[in-house]
Design a binder for this molecule. Structure first.
Ligand code: GLY
Ligand code: MN
Ligand code: MN
Length: 372
């Protein structure tokens, strides 16, 4: 697995420290594992990072002592802290905070359970000599704009995902079950080098395709069925995500019409992408195209979502929500465009590609014909 080089990590840390300074914070307790991975290059299943003015204390347990030690050798800004099995992570974190008397330290309010928060705040020095304050989305905001190193991986992942589609989708035949199609996609995802699936593969045939997130089951593909296949992989920690809708056998006029309308909606959304554009406007472009085609009611979900260390991350490309507008698009953002149209009892269509915001617009990273 490729880990971000130290100059890339140092740049992320500088940007985070700027955000902490702006909020008069001396440090940040990072409990979101994708955020820990982003800041430190540590991809373990348990860990907490304590970002301080001098270093990043990387707290993990004995299962990862070698990995954490190696991270420090590669980047001396990391200070390993191995939690002994007699201590909880919260106790270990409290001990570390003891070195920061008089400080204001943020924690991630979306990534600390009530139980962990209680454990942390009921133990000195928190509430005594150290103040902990909630923050929201500081690291996630940094993660929305990919650095060149991340864009290289996402580009590579999208090319491999496109190869998977081109290899497997033409082989979707009448008589196969949804689960067999999903299995073939998953075998190929591994073969082209993905380290794991980004999510459970979706293969939805016939009327099942009316459910956007149908789980592949024992349904057999029939002649003339629409089959929605939605699959993704994780490469070097980064998720890519694609959907194609295949027509098995001869297509009907209605199937072609819906497929063309969804493809046109995606093209409208892509044409609207660029730095400074509102994510809500990208969604509106896709939605308007489907409304004009007469399928507005059938488009029941948002147009897309950010991709990166998580398969669903910011920015959200959807209709306005809660009166809280999304931040405007910036060069270097990567997200999906995945409009769809679903009709109960008939089936559905979705087309999904991964898109990079460039200086002048949007560039599709996945490259597979819509009509295979
Ligand atoms: N497969 C999940 C999604 O497309 O968002
Ligand atoms: Mn998606
Ligand atoms: Mn998908």
């Amino acid at each position: 697995m490729r880990i971000a080089p130290t100059d890339v990590l140092a740049n992320r840390l500088d940007r985070l420290r700027q955000g902490l300074d702006d909020r008069q914070l001396d440090g940040l307790i990072v409990t979101s594992l994708p955020n820990v991975a982003y800041l430190t290059g540590f991809f373990g299943s348990a860990g907490v990072a304590l970002v301080t003015p001098e270093a990043i204390r990387l707290i993990s347990d004995a299962r990862y002592s070698e990995v954490v030690g190696q991270r420090q050798q590669e980047w001396p800004a990391i200070v390993p802290v191995i939690v002994s099995s007699a201590l909880s992570y919260e106790e270990a974190l409290s001990r570390e905070l003891g070195d920061f008397t008089g400080s204001r330290i943020g924690f991630e309010e979306s990534h600390l359970t009530v139980r962990r928060h209680r454990a942390l705040t009921s133990t000195a020095p928190v509430g005594d000599t150290v103040e902990v304050v909630p923050t929201d989305g500081l690291v996630e905001e940094l993660r929305t704009v990919k650095d060149d190193w991340e864009i290289g991986i996402l580009r590579d992942g999208a090319a491999r995902l496109s190869d998977v589609a081109k290899c497997i989708l033409p082989k979707i035949l009448e008589g196969l079950t949804e689960r067999e199609v999903a299995g073939q996609l998953e075998t190929e995802l591994r073969r082209v080098g993905f380290e794991r699936l980004a999510f459970d593969t979706i293969a939805a045939a016939g009327a099942n395709a009316a459910r956007p997130h149908h789980r592949a089951g024992d349904e057999r593909i029939g002649r003339g069925d629409l089959v929605v296949t939605d699959f993704g992989g994780v490469l070097d920690g980064y998720a890519v995500d694609m959907t194609r809708t295949v027509i098995v056998g001869t297509s009907s006029a209605r199937q072609r019409d819906v497929l063309e309308a969804v493809a046109a909606a995606q093209a409208s959304a892509l044409a609207a992408v660029g730095p400074g554009k509102a994510p809500e406007a990208i969604d509106a472009a896709a939605r308007t195209t489907l409304v004009r085609a007469g399928y507005g009611e059938a488009f029941t979900h948002g147009t897309g979502h950010g991709l990166g260390l998580e398969v669903h991350e910011r920015p959200r490309i959807g209709p306005p929500r809660d009166g809280r507008p999304e931040s405007l698009l910036r060069e270097g953002m990567v997200f999906t465009l995945e409009p769809g149209a679903y009709f109960s009892g008939w089936g559905g269509v979705r087309i999904e590609d991964d898109v990079l915001v460039t200086a002048s617009g949007g560039e599709k990273l996945t490259d597979v014909p819509v009509f295979l």
